[in-house]
Write a protein that binds this ligand. Structure first.
Ligand code: 26V
Length: 817
């Protein structure tokens, strides 16, 4: 994979339908051993995927001759891909051909697509970003390999029992994965534990790690098809296997379970995705996962470089490695170890290669999410790496002292080891120091990196930190998720818009054109009807497609402030009950998202949403004005159904805490208006769509810092806001939880006391803004003009733009290799 092959831009004609029909039939009967009569949708999905995979492989036949000049290696512990079929069909231009082929077999393509399980190998934004970037790199023909872990179980399945979140294992591989190619020939040995031996070598000492435990990393490749099928890259996911299938001596001795113990311990590494997305819990298995996939990936790319170029000194010219957050930060000492201990290079050369090949993206400044590992654990699991980290740190601190920055406070701040809470390795500092470029994911976030966590390191090399605002792939989040809107755009501004999203700008001029507005509204209305049917099916709740769909879907986190949205919901409920005959704008509040299984407060927020929903939806007095829905098991494919149906997008995090957000971009592109704070990429969305087309409220990041310095700020805000006080009282009184009146006291007590995320400070402005939104909805001409301006002006947020910037300014890779 990785080669270019021209492909026709248009769907193929009649012969192609017959060819595909026969290919799918053959796969079903000959490969799966099924019959046309008894095949389930799942079988048709596998047969179709296998037939498509053949075509992807054909599109990918390596061109004779040279390897690409430079490759990008994207190391990420998470790839939140979702379904692959609709993406592959769309990018190959085969959607209608396959629909016809299946139709001739009496099978419906939509039902087949619905039988594909999501590849949910990620928690949220960070993993979804990696998936968008992989698709954009293939579409831009950037030769790239994504490296990650082939988890047996992706993100848990969420269900509800009495409104409480329940987690069940996710089983996407239970019936195999037709997209992947197992590559047993690409297997690497990954060591753990043991010690380091020393021997004389030339005029120095050679050190060698002798691990006591070995795990095998076996490659499984998933093809990533670019737009118009012009390039196929690969996602190489590592599966952990034991070095021996069974301990025969133990088995023969009668210990039948113990005979498998070593293998089980090894395989545990790729068993499950860690389901927490913002607290570095620090378990040993997590560190084993991080080292396992980082080492396998580096061994693989070093072997490829040696085979293609021979000399490792030229690695920086031909490889750019991107570390997605600190999860692969162990790459810094691992690449040093491979280059020095294994390949025999000197320290200086190895350090030059390492620091000219690695790059690091930071995705959060939340202190609890910044990874640190106890020195004691590192010494036990990765003794040689710990030695190398000490040496890197010693040289780093020496240089400070020589440069006149030897004071203890400065050294403590830039050191790779944190001595203040036991001795711990700071993975962010390690990645920063080992990388050629370090980037944030929105303008504000990058500024905050420079002024907060990395300020002292930034002062030492002010060119190192750069901004690369996130993006989303329009192929998935517009073309396949919203085909109606895509068709409309193509009709109005031309087919070129599929390749050049800037052409969406042409819609701006039609924002008040009655005919166009009617068609734009009809597309939304159709999506809202489909979502209403889905909501009825999954929750039993009927919602009115003519109401304003107000949506907050994302991980449940205190800083994302779903609780602020619920407070406003309760206040609105009270206001409607107080004046039932006023002309209220009918609203449906739609929530979705998972809480980390151990995140008690987040799970309580979900339960509050469920209890508020029950009370509100059962109350005849507010019927037709307010409904509340919590859609279970939020996922990439659910997002594809929800986002095109949203009228209002809730992006209401405490300013300074959401690094970027990418859901915000998906909603705005599809024409939902944003209600949001000046946080993350919301700020840049405002700059692009125009302040008059977005609803901004609340404190900005500076305001947040200032307010937090004021003692008793929460109590003062509640005293000043009778509406907020009443909403809090109602929740605290047990009105929504009569069977357990004190249930939500942990939430309300926290708001009345610490309120670390400043809900109380932003509540009144949020309420006012929501009422302005009600008024705006009652003026359809103005509402739809704003919506159309959003769609028209979001082109810059394409992940193609992000990837071009990375290619030019970080990786220095040419787009025309
Ligand atoms: C952190 C941890 C900590 C250890 C346990 C497992 C785990 C898993 C993931 C993470 C990463 C959290 C950071 C994250 O997801 N950041 C999000 O990145 C998005 C893409 O840049 C960005 O849009 C979101 O604003 C940001 O929260």
């Amino acid at each position: 994979m990785g080669a270019s092959a021209p492909k026709p831009a248009r769907p193929a004609g009649g012969d192609a339908v017959v060819d595909l029909r026969e290919a799918i039939r053959d796969k079903l009967i000959l490969t799966l051993g099924q019959s046309l009569e008894t095949a389930r949708p799942r079988d048709w999905f596998v047969a179709t995927a296998l037939a498509l995979r053949d075509r992807i492989v054909e599109a990918d036949r390596p061109q004779a001759g040279q390897p690409p000049h430079k490759r990008v290696y994207y190391l990420s512990l998470e790839f939140l891909i979702g379904r692959l079929m609709s993406d592959a069909l769309n990018n190959l231009g085969l959607t209608e051909t396959v629909r016809a082929a299946l139709g001739e077999l009496g099978v419906d393509l939509d039902a087949v697509q619905d039988a594909e399980p999501d590849a949910a190998l990620g928690n949220g934004g960070l993993g979804r970003l990696a998936a968008c970037f992989m698709e954009s790199m293939a579409s831009l023909k950037i030769p790239a390999v994504g490296y990650g872990i082939r988890y047996d179980h992706g993100l848990f399945r969420q269900s509800f029992k009495d409104g409480w979140q329940q987690e069940a294992p996710e089983t996407w591989l239970a019936e195999g994965n037709p997209w992947e190619f197992a590559r047993p020939e690409a297997t690497y040995r990954i060591g753990f534990g043991g010690g380091v031996t020393m021997s004389a070598s030339g005029d120095g000492i050679a050190r060698r790690w002798e691990p006591v435990e070995t795990v095998l990393a076996v490659a499984h490749d998933v093809p990533v098809v670019g737009w118009r099928g012009c390039q196929v890259n690969r996602l190489r996911l590592w599966k952990a296997e034991g070095p021996a299938p069974i301990d025969l001596a133990r088995f023969n001795g009668g210990d039948h379970v113990g005979a498998l113990a070593e293998r089980m311990r090894a395989e545990a590494i790729s068993r499950v995705l860690y389901p927490s997305d913002a607290s570095a819990a620090g378990q040993e298995l997590r560190l084993r996962q991080e080292y396992f996939f980082t080492s396998a990936s580096l061994q693989d790319l070093v072997a490829r470089h040696k085979a293609e170029r021979g000399d490792l000194r030229s690695l920086p010219d031909h490889a750019a490695i991107q570390l997605n957050d600190t999860h692969p930060a162990i790459a810094v000492p691992e690449l040093m170890r491979l280059l020095t201990d294994e390949e025999g290079l000197g320290w200086e050369d190895a350090w030059h290669i390492t620091t000219h090949t690695l790059h690091y993206t930071n995705h959060t400044l939340l202190p609890e999410a910044l990874e640190t590992w106890p020195v004691e654990l590192m010494e036990r699991l990765l003794p040689r790496h710990m030695q190398i980290i000490y040496l890197i740190n010693w040289m780093h601190l020496e240089e400070q002292a020589k440069g006149g920055h030897g004071d203890a406070a400065h050294l403590a701040s830039v050191s790779l080891i944190d001595e203040s809470h036991g001795r711990r390795v700071r993975m962010g500092h390690l990645a920063f120091h080992g990388a050629r470029r370090v980037n944030g994911v929105s303008a504000l976030h990058t500024d905050l990196m420079r002024t907060t966590v990395f300020s002292d390191l930034h002062a030492l090399d002010s060119d190192k930190i750069v901004n690369k605002t996130n993006g989303i792939t329009f192929r998935r989040w517009l073309h396949t998720a919203n085909p109606g809107l895509t068709r409309l755009a193509v009709e109005v501004v031309g087919e070129g818009v599929l390749d050049k999203p800037e052409l969406l700008r042409g819609l701006d001029a039609l924002a008040t054109d009655a005919g166009f507005v009617a068609r734009y509204r009809a597309v939304r209305r159709e999506r809202k009807q489909a979502l209403a049917a889905l909501v009825a099916d999954r929750t039993g709740i009927d919602i009115d497609p003519d109401a304003l769909f107000d949506v907050q879907v994302k991980r449940i986190h205190e800083y994302k402030r779903q609780l602020l949205n619920l407070l406003e919901t309760v206040a609105l409920y009270q206001a409607i009950k107080a004046e039932p005959h006023r002309d209220w704008t009918p609203r449906v509040k739609i929530f979705g998202g998972k809480a980390a299984p151990s995140y008690v407060q987040a799970k309580l927020i979900i339960k509050l949403a469920a209890d508020v929903a029950r009370a509100v939806n059962d109350d005849p007095e507010v019927a037709g004005r307010l409904k509340v829905v919590f859609l279970p098991n939020y996922s990439v494919s659910l997002a594809e159904a929800i986002i095109p149906a949203a009228d209002l997008s809730e992006q209401i995090s405490t300013a300074g805490l959401e690094a970027s957000g990418t859901g915000n971009m998906k909603f705005a592109l599809n024409g939902a208006l944003t209600v949001g704070t000046l946080d993350g990429a919301n700020i840049e969305i405002k700059d692009h769509v125009g302040a008059e087309n977005i609803f901004i409220f609340g404190l900005d990041a500076e305001g947040v810092t200032a307010r937090k310095a004021m003692p008793g700020y929460a109590r003062a805000a509640i005293e000043a806001s009778p509406r907020l006080a009443a909403a809090l009282d109602m929740i605290a009184s047990g009105r929504f939880s009569p069977e357990e009146p004190g249930r939500f006291r942990p939430l309300t007590d926290d708001l009345r006391g610490r309120d670390p995320y400043l809900l109380t400070a932003d509540f009144d402005d949020y309420w006012r803004t929501q009422r302005a939104i009600d008024a705006a909805w009652r003026d359809p001409a103005s509402w739809w003009a704003k919506a159309i301006h959003n769609t028209a002006r979001m082109a810059w947020f394409s992940s193609d733009r992000s990837m071009r910037e990375y290619a030019d300014e970080i990786w220095r890779v040419r787009l025309d290799q």
